[in-house]
Design a protein around this ligand. Structure first.
Ligand code: HEM
Length: 702
């Protein structure tokens, strides 16, 4: 195939030329306006296309520099088109135009299609149900309690590491926390520290982080799972069993669903002496705890069950028993044999993070803290905000006001009704949107609009999982037909663990290499905490007890600028996931055949020299205006684009903010003395773009 390469150029040209080339959408379309061909791009080899040329996001950037803001590339039988400037992304992938690119290709999902790889009505159902369940006034509170609980454990472990003064692979300590935040968020409270489910989850996400989606071996075994063993033997390489891992996670989640449905009521509660009992082992004596808990919203699961459900619980345990390889020992531990604090200490591959010892404290959960009434799906719906009220168009001012108040949250959930920094949300009739020919730059789609009207509050303070289960979209779902529900829940872990982990590593790596910037962030944190201490107490020693909370984010623009800069350069997901063209269409006069994968080239967007001066440099200041206020760059899309944008954006931002702030508050993060600059920054593609081997030395601050 011959394709025109209007912007073919040398990679080593200076920045000015690069700037004018990289973003010159207009000149490209002028040059090719009459051609109506495929966009330019590498021609590749027969059959495999450019698959062997691709070496990760740097290759995307090289192609962007070579072929311009839109290029076409063939990878095996797949045809991909990358859009690499924010103008193109906004114009074609967001707003109403984006609706022709809403679908995904068939993904590696083992079960249903789910949130990440679903398409059409099924995906819309899943996404709508999840977003509605999450769209509650208590969302931030739920998220923060999960984050703070894990943070307490992480800090304790980091202090132990710091005491040794040796380089630490900090990702190993953060990984379980990132997984447990997702489960804690879904379940309405963190799993107790010593609990088989926590152990299983840790094993599962450890597997997940090893998945190398770029590896041909992984791709083959995704398609032909039976080939995994022979290939492993043939190549002497370890190949993660993605389907098996996914199935294990499904079984764990199915157990949580069963518990939620059959009368085990998850209910989060604030406690300074949190439960160490595993909710699935309610008969076990209180276990010892070693976590030092933050007073700020530490929530662990409480559980109550009617007597009649005891057997159901036991059988659920057994169901999980047979499931995992690595974690089966943990799960086989019979309920009544669990002894306090030491029940998992013999496990093979026990999490380093969870093996630490600490102070003993008995659980003091009181019955008042616990919901007693079993909730069946039927009764849940009765107690639950009625579907009718969810779907009603706001008629009175109060409801409209409520909606407007929730707009910030709606935006943060990825359902922005307006482009960042543009006009505020105003409830409108959908017809006004559908019929308006001249849409604003980032107009909401009809789908987004419909969702926007269905927000609710969570008066009963149900867990997100309870809310998901009670959405009308999942009415009538049983274990016989729960593929979509299960896969969507699995996707929360596939999408929400290694991404956050990798982002944290990038931020900490850049700060460890830029000590002045680290110091500025630390000073900002100290200032805010001191002011807060003064506000709440006259006692100067009280400052030590003040923890960073999400509510402080507005006061810490510099820290947030560091995080944005880390995420910009790290580009944990170097491109969006593929959005499939549902019809043959045109982008800037190029033909985009039906079924082409259209992707936002996030790595290129984040390094567009037109948008960022010295785009490859870590410069948090670029995100602050002259008054020191945070300004999020227009060309910043770490969480993807349009209606397929990430559902975990707010959770991820909260984790990044609270974890980074707390770590910087307690430690100086330093590069190991012997780490060579280049190797310390080497990255690879796994499920996400990640630093290859990030280690740092933690020095306890005075
Ligand atoms: C720094 C952290 C994160 C980054 C960089 C990130 C990035 C992304 C990106 C780029 C997409 C694809 C959007 C597109 O195709 O246009 C995505 C989708 C998704 N993410 Fe995230 N994500 C992060 C954290 C999370 C978290 C914490 C969760 C859940 C707890 C999550 C769950 C999902 C799901 C379910 C989707 C699929 C959405 C859909 O296709 O409709 N992500 N994310």
């Amino acid at each position: 195939m011959t394709r025109s390469h209007p912007k073919k150029r040398n990679n080593s040209v200076d920045m000015d030329i690069e700037a004018s080339t990289f973003s010159s959408t207009a000149s490209i379309s002028t040059a090719l306006s009459s051609t109506s061909s495929l966009p330019p791009g590498p021609s590749g080899l027969p059959v495999v296309g450019s698959a062997f040329e691709y070496k990760g996001p740097q290759t995307n950037l090289k192609w962007t520099e070579q072929y311009g803001p839109i290029y076409y590339v063939r990878m095996g039988e797949k045809s991909l088109v990358y859009l690499n400037t924010i103008e193109l992304v906004e114009k074609y992938m967001e707003g109403r135009n984006g609706e022709q690119f809403l679908d995904r290709p068939m993904g590696p999902a083992a079960f249903g299609e789910g949130l990440l790889f679903g398409s059409g009505e099924r995906w819309k159902n899943n996404k709508r149900a999840f977003m509605k369940a999450m769209h509650t006034n208590t969302l931030l509170e739920d998220m923060e309690s999960a984050v703070q609980t894990e943070l307490a454990i992480v800090l304790e472990n980091l202090h132990k590491k710091a005491a040794k003064g040796r380089p630490t692979r900090i990702g190993d300590l953060l990984l379980p926390a990132c997984g447990n935040v997702v489960s804690g968020f879904l379940l309405g409270g963190s799993l107790p520290r010593f609990c088989p489910e926590r152990e299983s989850l840790h094993m599962i996400i450890k597997n997940l982080q090893g998945v190398d989606l770029n590896s041909k071996l992984t791709q083959i075994t995704l398609k032909y799972p039976k080939m995994r063993e022979p290939l492993k033997r043939l190549t002497f390489r370890d190949i993660v069993d993605v389907h098996g891992t996914s199935r294990r996670l499904q079984r764990l989640i199915r157990q949580w669903i069963r518990q939620t449905r059959t009368g085990f009521i998850f209910r989060s509660h604030t406690s300074s002496t949190p439960s160490t009992q595993c909710p699935f082992h309610f008969n076990s004596p209180a276990a010892n705890t070693s976590a030092e808990h933050a007073n700020t919203g530490d929530k662990r699961l409480s559980l109550s069950t009617p007597q009649s459900n005891t057997n159901a619980a036991a059988s659920s345990d057994n169901e999980v028993s047979g499931v995992t390889d690595e974690s089966s020992e943990a799960i086989k531990t019979p309920t009544n044999e669990m002894s306090p604090g030491n029940e998992f200490t013999n496990l093979a591959g026990h999490s380093e993070a969870d093996q630490q010892e600490g102070t003993d404290e008995d659980s003091t959960d009181s019955d008042e803290d616990i919901f007693k009434t079993p909730i069946t799906p039927g009764s849940l719906t009765k107690h639950y905000i009625s579907t009718e009220s969810l779907l009603t168009v706001p008629k009175d001012d109060t409801r409209a006001e409520e909606i407007m108040q929730n707009e910030a949250q709606l935006t943060s959930l990825g359902f922005s009704s307006v482009a960042p920094g543009e006009q505020p949300f105003e409830p409108m009739e959908p017809s006004a949107l559908v019929d308006t020919p001249d849409c604003p730059k980032t107009p909401i789609t009809e789908f987004q609009w419909q969702f926007g009207r269905e927000m609710s509050i969570n008066e009963q303070h149900f867990s997100i999982l309870q809310r998901i289960l009670s959405q009308p979209e999942f009415a009538g779902v049983t274990e016989e037909n729960d593929e979509e529900l299960l896969q969507s829940l699995v996707d929360m872990f596939f999408g929400g663990v290694t991404t956050v982990l990798s982002a944290l590593e990038f931020v900490l790596m850049y700060l460890s290499k830029n000590t002045t910037m680290q110091m500025l962030a630390q000073q900002e944190i100290a200032r805010v905490l001191a002011a807060e201490a003064e506000r709440v107490s006259d006692d100067p020693t009280a400052q030590a007890d003040i923890k960073v909370t999400w509510s402080m984010r507005e006061q810490m623009p510099y820290l947030r600028a560091c995080i944005i800069e880390g995420l910009r350069l790290g580009s944990v997901t170097p491109s969006s996931l593929p959005h499939v063209a549902s019809v043959e269409t045109e982008i800037e006069d190029f033909i985009i055949p039906k079924n082409t994968f259209v992707l936002a080239g996030i790595y290129s967007l984040h390094r567009d020299p037109k948008e960022y001066l010295d785009a490859h440099e870590f410069r948090p200041q670029r995100h602050l205006d002259s008054e020191g206020k945070l300004t999020v760059p227009r060309s910043y899309r770490p969480f993807g684009v349009g209606a397929r944008r990430c559902v975990g954006e707010t959770l991820a931002e909260m984790e990044l903010f609270i974890f980074t702030a707390a770590i910087l508050q307690e430690f100086n993060v330093k590069s190991p003395a012997r780490s060579k600059k280049a190797s310390a920054m080497e990255t690879h593609m796994r499920i996400v773009h990640r630093l290859k081997d990030f280690k740092c030395v933690l020095e306890k601050r005075k």
